[in-house]
Design a protein around this ligand. Structure first.
Ligand SMILES: NC(=O)c1ccc[n+]([C@@H]2O[C@H](COP(=O)([O-])OP(=O)(O)OC[C@H]3O[C@@H](n4cnc5c(N)ncnc54)[C@H](OP(=O)(O)O)[C@@H]3O)[C@@H](O)[C@H]2O)c1
Length: 295
């Protein structure tokens, strides 16, 4: 029997409706409109489309969203000055600096300059540290979205063998950490694979839940998974374009090969992607509430 498709589009839609209702309540009861600033440096087409999607979603949900677009040659000092201005602006509750930044700018320096109370991407060391300790914080959007996908699809994580392929700071490490936490949605036994892993397939074949965030198109095949496993495909790889110039995307999992053997699987596109943006909105709402002491 083919796998159940875990639709990020459908789950994200439900969450966005819940959040939009919360935003409306915040506005009518407290006169507070959550404010998000997205900062884009340069003209990378993928980054442009990500930022546009974030702003569009924010507007649709009643979140005030402003995009600051800067030329690629913007200096690090100028970018830091803009971040500081946003830090001081009480109407701005969330700040997102779109990555990657041009090479001459130190990404860590810029991310660390964001007020942790406005760090809706959850990349600041204060939030990363709190996450590791299991404290309340802004969770990074993609791992947060994966948790929601699993939870809302009724996937039991407690005691499950979870294998994560990839150890980046934005996906692999935080999702591994979150699945390990001693609380509902966590309590898993977690293994993390990367390019130095000796026999990756030996690990992936054991996984009840396999989370792949490697950035290698269709690398995971059916013979590398366990029958009935839940497969979360984070990868977004551009493998070509249509005659109309639209990007053709593939995940890190060979969907057509794996779909007959897996128990459940997220598609690409339409799986993790919509959840990432939705969690950004959730964090922005949380930031606005916290700033106003309404939480
Ligand atoms: N849907 C979304 O919202 C969303 C959000 C973020 C990212 N993504 C996508 O997710 C993918 C990963 O993103 P990322 O930022 O985490 O990437 P990244 O920073 O490039 O990290 C990739 C990780 O995968 C590991 N890896 C690469 N090739 C491997 C292989 N053949 N075998 C085992 N491990 C391998 C790397 O190992 P080493 O550490 O040893 O190099 C690294 O830890 C990309 O396709 C990205 O576009 C999607």
């Amino acid at each position: 029997m083919p796998a159940t498709i875990i639709s990020g589009v459908a789950i994200a839609k439900t969450i966005r409706e819940e959040l939009a209702a919360d935003v409306a309540t915040l506005s009518s009861r407290h006169g507070l409109v959550p404010g998000l600033v997205t900062i884009l440096v340069g003209e990378d087409p993928a980054s442009q489309s990500y930022v546009a999607a974030k702003n569009k979603t924010a507007h649709a949900m009643g979140i005030h969203s402003e995009q600051i677009t800067l030329p690629a040659e913007t200096s690090e000092a100028e970018l830091l000055r803009i971040v500081e201005t946003c830090n001081r602006n009480p109407a701005v509750h969330g700040i997102l600096v779109q990555l990657p930044l041009p090479r001459h700018i130190n990404e860590a320096k810029v991310l660390f300059a964001i007020d942790p109370a406005k760090d809706v991407d959850g990349f600041h060391p204060v939030n990363a540290g709190k996450m590791m300790l299991g404290e309340r914080c802004f969770l990074p959007c993609t791992p947060h979205g994966i948790l929601e996908l699993l939870q809302r699809s009724g996937v039991e994580t407690s005691g499950a063998e979870v294998v994560v392929v990839g150890r980046s700071n934005i996906v692999g490490k935080p999702i591994a950490n979150l699945m390990l936490q001693k609380r509902p949605g966590g309590n898993a036994t977690v293994t993390v694979c990367h390019t130095r892993t000796r026999d990756m397939t030996a690990h992936t074949r054991r996984a009840d839940i396999l989370i792949v965030a490697a950035g290698v198109a269709r690398m995971i095949k059916a013979d590398q998974i366990k029958e009935g496993a839940v497969i979360i495909d984070v990868g977004v790889n551009r493998i070509g374009q249509t005659a109309a110039g639209k990007a053709i995307l593939a995940g890190d999992v060979d969907f057509d090969d794996v779909v007959q053997k897996a128990g459940a699987i997220t598609p690409v596109p339409g799986g993790v992607g919509p959840m990432t943006i939705t969690m950004l909105m959730k964090n922005t709402l949380q930031a606005a509430r916290q700033a106003a002491g309404i939480d």
